[in-house]
Design a protein around this ligand. Sequence first.
Ligand code: PLP
Length: 238
Amino acid sequence: MAELISNLSAESIRANLEFVRAQIASALERSPVERPAGEAAGVEVLAATKYVACEELPTLAAAGVSLVGENRAQDLQDKVQAHGELFDWDFIGQLQSRRVRLIVPHVRLIHSVASESALRELERHRHLARDGLRILIEVNLAGEPGKAGVQPDQLDGFIARAPVPVAGLMTMPPLSADPEASRPWFAALRELGRERGLPHLSMGTSQDYVVAAEEGSTIVRIGTKLYDPVAVTGGRSH
Ligand SMILES: *Cc1c(COP(=O)(O)O)cnc(C)c1O
């Protein structure tokens, strides 16, 4: 787990967010990938807040962040309690089944449903869920051992057993320093979603969100790139 970042500046987060949005806009312009109509037509920028202390969250809101994603159930609870009204909240972390009941009252989407025990806990606790809760199924496309995610050939059965609506798929490709290495995995996730008529694709982080947007991502999950104190706005001086 990374160190918490402190002394965030709304100005640099806003500049980073604008840069990310501009990069996404040009990715969409040059991408030949057809995008679904409706709610998933654009690309949402989700701010990953695992690096951000609770008291710094108002700075994110002041910078224009409207959607955040947390990794830990306890941090989610603390942060929602303090600043719930500032954002829409998603859960993006590894989903431990015994924490499902702590998460469902607060979130719009759980990005990372990947185990049978999580499905059972969702079934048991769905009466606690926020209205409109939906889930994404995390897919382990590369079959990496020890990594969370449903295997592609298990996906249909898994979706059929989901007790709450499945809005789409999520993946974290094998780590690589080269964003292009993620492209085939993102394209494969898009095909799995398209074949099943699932609108949402949660794919892309600081390192590969441009490639993800080109390949059809509907939600990019960005952390470090937003909080970087050095403005990354390509020559604009401050
Ligand atoms: C932390 C995290 C991110 C953001 O990663 P960055 O490299 O900081 O952009 C995205 N997705 C998940 C699941 C994360 O845990």
